[in-house]
Design a protein around this ligand. Structure first.
Ligand code: ZN
Length: 84
């Protein structure tokens, strides 16, 4: 049994929600054509979705203010730091 701090739970919820949004976006596009971010018009990659998208940046700022968590510099640090 792993004890997960509340802020990690909130963060994981956020990640989960992003994954759902990504999937919804893909389903809407019927898995064909170039995949574009559903929040801006950039190519949708994990890197973009979590770090580069204006929405992600806004959310990180919110998380930073609310939980005093620094935004990750890259995907590796995002999952490395958070999941260990
Ligand atoms: Zn975007």
């Amino acid at each position: 049994k792993i004890k997960v701090p509340l802020r990690i739970k909130i963060f994981m919820w956020f990640v989960h929600k992003q994954v759902i949004l990504t999937k919804d976006n893909l389903i809407k596009r019927r898995w064909v054509g170039s995949s574009r971010c559903c929040f801006c018009d950039h190519d949708e990659t994990i890197q973009h979705l979590f770090l580069e998208c204006p929405l992600a940046k806004l959310l990180w700022r919110t998380i930073h203010i609310a939980f005093n968590i620094n935004p990750p510099v890259d995907i590796e640090s995002l999952f490395g730091t958070w999941l260990t």
